[in-house]
Design a binder for this molecule. Structure first.
Ligand code: PLP
Length: 385
């Protein structure tokens, strides 16, 4: 199997711990163990045997994950080593050479890259900026989806809320995705790892429970601020979950014992609510900072304010590709951001809004210096993509 480099992850792997200011992160500021466990941190961790745990996740953790989706049961949950492994195992299980896989774009590149690697034909389904009255959003084109999904489609992969745009599909749109896939016997793979960080507090509609053939993936790395735990999950029918579990025997076997323990703490009902509130509080403050900064750059930058997640996806008008711009920012100013072309859409920059406000302010000031040194191409319209 030949597989293209996963550019976004490569960029982060190479640079995130080398730069002065990392604005490439897509989740909220990570917690410390003591933030999660409080004064009992020492005992709980010290008493945990460093054994293999139940390999599909402890029953308690699977029940806690199931409780995040309406009507899900713990037997339908597989705990993975990060959301990335959940997506990997789902793609590995479902995709055969020659299958068609419809993938929402722009997006986190994992599913499209894997699908191509497994020999599928990838059909991009693009979100587009759309203005309705005073509302501007990244909207899905459902007619385009109708034209893309056929009996050859194995999988429709969405990321909801979306990375990098922060767009959130409506209940009606999610229903259409499931109905179309179901009509053609295709699976829906819905990466819902950003669910819970909605800026208006209205939870993103899940695909769970709408059709038999769904796999919901998620995890603790983004909304919960716990990427170092490496805990993610896939939720599907009992049969599919069992099948994913048997594939997982070939990858990482089991979650880390400490990760499973701390994940149980994080997903206990009161704590889960508090963690998601924390994420909304952090991103709300940073949204104001980046919104003010964009107001001062109206003629050269634009955005569709994200509905959810911890990223802002910004359109720029300067005469330079996004990788070249991000490289210049990193090399000249020590700031890491994600170029739009690493998410499938050049002419944009993805800037993390889940971190410390002082770092965001300083990173934007440094980006200002780089932008000021560049020629302009055009004034930018607000509804193109
Ligand atoms: C949409 C999406 N899914 C999955 C992942 C991977 O998550 P994890 O760190 O839990 O493996 C990421 C990481 O950026 C992501 O953005």
């Amino acid at each position: 199997m030949r597989i293209s480099p996963f550019e976004l992850e490569r960029l982060q792997s190479l640079h995130e711990h080398q730069v002065e200011i990392n604005l490439a992160e897509s989740g909220v500021e990570p917690l410390r163990v003591s933030d999660l466990l409080g004064p009992h941190a020492g005992n709980a961790l010290l008493d945990q045997p460093l054994a293999y745990t139940q390999t599909n996740g402890t029953a308690e953790l699977r029940a806690a994950v199931a409780a995040t989706l309406p009507g899900a049961a713990d037997s339908e949950v597989l705990v993975n080593s990060g959301g990335a492994e959940a997506n990997f195992v789902a793609c590995w299980r479902l995709i055969e050479p020659g299958d068609e896989v419809v993938v929402m774009q722009p997006n986190y590149g994992q599913v499209a890259g894997l699908a191509e690697g497994f020999g599928a034909i990838v059909r991009p389904w693009c979100l587009r900026k759309q203005r309705t009255g005073s509302t501007l959003r990244w909207a899905p084109d459902l007619d385009e989806l109708r034209a893309l999904v056929s009996d050859r489609t194995r999988l429709v992969a969405i990321c909801n809320p979306n990375n990098p745009t922060g767009a959130r599909l409506t209940e009606a749109e999610v229903a259409v995705v499931c109905e179309l896939a179901g009509r053609h016997g295709a699976w829906v793979l819905s990466d819902e790892i950003y669910r819970g960080v909605e800026h208006d507090g209205v939870e993103t509609p899940t695909v769970w429970g709408r059709t038999e053939r769904v796999i919901v993936t998620g995890g603790l790395s983004k909304a919960y601020g716990l990427p170092g735990l490496r805990i993610g999950w896939a939720v599907s029918t009992e049969d599919m979950t069992a099948s994913l579990w048997s594939r997982r025997d070939y990858t990482t076997i089991a979650p880390g014992a400490l990760g499973d323990l701390l994940a149980r703490y994080a997903l206990a009902p009161g704590r889960r609510r508090a963690l998601l509130e924390r994420a909304r509080r952090i991103t709300a403050g940073n949204l104001r900072i980046i919104g003010d900064w964009l107001d001062a750059h109206e003629s050269e930058l634009s955005w569709v304010p994200p509905e959810a997640g911890a990223m802002a996806f910004i359109r720029y008008s300067h005469d330079i590709g996004s990788t070249a711009l991000a490289t210049r920012l990193r090399e000249a100013e020590g700031v890491l951001i994600v170029p739009g072309d690493h998410c499938g859409l050049d002419g944009h920059l993805r800037i993390g809004i889940g971190g410390r406000p002082d770092q965001l302010r300083e990173g934007l000031a440094r980006l200002d210096r780089v932008l000021a040194s560049l020629p302009h191409r055009m004034r930018i319209p607000t509804t193109d993509s």
